[in-house]
Design a protein around this ligand. Structure first.
Ligand code: C5P
Length: 237
């Protein structure tokens, strides 16, 4: 299960990111480099993480005209990242072009549906009339139909998204905490056991591992909980 843990490198310092990567070498499968770290660490940081044998999830959430997003996905694939994100709300053609740009590469494009920071009143202010949960399903369905390989979704959405996306879609879930962890600024946390039982394929974990007194021990606790959840869940049975 340790390959299914993605550790979020939420820092603006490439050096401290690499220290986390080295401390967890061999304990987790992937590291997430996002828009705080990438503008500072760039492709060189991605290469250094990959040199340790870990995969990289490049979480830059592309959202632009189809041609530009296709180019962005090609550039991400050229870096050898395993996952790269786009916003599903970029529309059908953007999604199709992103999926096409990744085809035949080692990169899987994941779609982000509705950010968990957005609620119903934010949506109506922007001009969307559906409740967030309906929009998540609508956007996930569209992304999968256009050939996108996976969806980033909360553990609460994972079962519904699995049903519409099928077994082959990659479902990646953030917002997970061990029962003994501090919740921090996350509002609706789920345990790794429940996330895996609900059908997640990968978990994105930040502070519960990176800020733990013993990050290696924390990563092992996550892996053990995930294994039990997978065995207990519909996909493990
Ligand atoms: O430290 P923590 O485990 O809360 O970090 C979770 C990571 O997952 C962060 O990089 C955060 O931006 C990301 N994320 C999230 N919730 C979402 C989408 C992404 O926590 N809905």
């Amino acid at each position: 299960m340790k390959e299914r843990i993605i550790v979020a490198l939420d820092t603006d310092s490439p050096d401290s990111a690499l220290a986390v990567v080295e401390a967890l070498a061999g304990e987790v499968g992937m590291f997430k480099v996002g828009m705080e770290l990438f503008p500072r660490g760039g492709p060189e940081l991605v290469r250094k993480v990959r040199e340790t044998g870990a995969d990289v999830f490049l979480d830059l959430k592309f959202h632009d005209i189809p041609n530009t997003v296709a180019g962005a996905v090609r550039s991400a694939a050229a870096l050898g990242v395993k996952f790269a994100t786009v916003h599903a709300s970029g529309g059908r053609e953007m999604l199709a072009r992103a999926a096409e740009a990744a085809r035949g590469t080692g990169t899987t494009v994941l779609a982000v549906t509705v950010l968990t920071s957005i609620d119903e009143s934010d949506l109506s202010e922007i001009g969307f009339s559906s409740p967030p949960a309906d929009l998540v399903v609508r956007l996930a369905r569209m992304a999968v139909r256009e050939g996108i390989g996976g969806i980033v979704c909360s553990a609460r959405e994972v079962a519904a998204v699995r049903e519409l996306a099928g077994r082959s879609a990659v479902l990646v879930t953030p917002g997970v905490r061990l029962p003994e962890d501090a919740v921090g600024d996350q509002k609706r946390v789920v345990t790794p056991f429940d996330a895996m039982r609900n059908g997640a394929d990968y978990l994105v974990v930040g502070r519960p591992i990176t800020k733990a007194a013993d990050p290696v021990a924390a990563a092992r606790r996550f892996a053990a909980e995930m294994r039990s959840g997978r065995e207990a869940g519909p996909r493990g049975s």
